[in-house]
Design a protein around this ligand. Structure first.
Ligand code: CP
Length: 311
């Protein structure tokens, strides 16, 4: 059972809740890897994805998750909605809410937008990425991928490498992995490392080789060119040379360490094609696990919601 109506971030999610989500994901993975991807868990339930930023993996996996569980999945793209006519976020939220929606899944460029929405709707809200704050479902699928390989998270050494400053994936992973007992080291150019990392009690370094040495998991992050000003690093070619995940660098990790990346990937910038295609790369498995973790969350958030009575 989740304590809150919504899933807005891993900072406020308890360890026991994370365990329960990962246990439920394991059951859901059996469904999506079978030839009968249909369960009745969301029968009669309605889910809307409301995305103010582009997405392939997150949006599609939520929609598939809903359909696999017999729910009604609908999608609103901000660029083709009444948002373009000046409708406020709260008015949009209330409009969707009174259509009988059970869960609204939201991605927004502003930190805190899903939190604001959650306060103004009866539906459960899932944060599918808010600005540079959190992307909790990505971190949950990342943790599930690690747990599948290692049997648990506690005691693992995780190197998170790249544009940590602009990465909501990194923040959610840092909150979730730290509370689950992993040791996290963040590495990248100093200009792409946020100052608050030290307060979170994690190691930081500008030497990727040092971070990767002895790691159980090496997680590359996308350089978010759309969110940053020019001049934070000299060029993509130099970035790859000094901070990219190359075969030589990844070889410093433990034998058969997992290589992960949330996608989308800038090939040849933060990670080389050879590393992406290596047997230790779990990038495709992460995408598969994304569907399973989102099925688990849709199920758990609708299960705890009391019936409001039929018409
Ligand atoms: N990892 C991730 O959030 O990918 P999308 O932007 O494609 O959803």
């Amino acid at each position: 059972m989740l304590r809150n109506k919504d899933l807005l971030g891993l900072r406020e999610t308890a360890v026991e809740e994370i365990h329960e989500i990962l246990n439920t994901t394991e059951l859901m993975k059996v469904v999506i890897t079978s030839n009968n991807k249909k369960t009745p868990h969301l029968q009669g339930r309605s889910v809307i994805t409301l995305f103010y930023e582009n997405s392939t993996r997150t949006r599609m996996s939520f929609e598939l998750a809903c359909k696999y569980m017999s729910g009604t999945a609908s999608s609103v793209s901000a660029s083709t909605s009444s948002v373009t006519k000046g409708e406020t976020l709260i008015d949009t939220a209330r409009t969707l809410d009174v259509m009988g929606t059970d869960i609204i899944i939201m991605r927004h460029p502003m930190t805190g937008a899903p939190h604001l929405m959650a306060k103004n709707v009866r539906a459960a809200v899932i944060n599918a990425g808010d600005g540079i704050n959190e992307h909790p479902t990505q971190a949950l699928l990342d943790m599930f991928t690690m747990r599948e390989r290692f049997g648990g998270i506690k005691g693992l050494r995780i190197a998170i490498v790249g544009d940590v400053r602009h990465s909501r994936v990194a923040r959610s992973n840092i909150y979730g992995l730290s509370s689950m007992g992993a040791s996290v080291v963040a590495a990248g150019p100093p200009t792409l490392m946020p100052p608050e990392l030290e307060k979170l009690g994690i190691e930081t370094t500008d030497r990727v080789d040092e971070a990767v040495s002895g790691a159980d998991v090496v997680m590359g992050l996308r350089i978010q060119l759309e969110r940053q000003k020019n001049g934070l690093f000299p060029s993509v070619r130099e970035y790859h040379k000094y901070f990219g995940l190359t075969e030589e660098r990844v070889a410093k990790a433990r034998d058969h360490a997992l290589v992960m990346h949330p996608g989308p990937v800038n090939r040849g910038v933060e990670i080389s094609t050879e590393v992406m295609n290596s047997p230790d790369s779990k990038i495709d498995e992460q995408v598969t696990n994304g569907v399973a973790v989102r099925m688990a969350l849709l199920f758990m958030l609708t299960r705890q919601k009391p019936e409001t009575g039929g018409m």
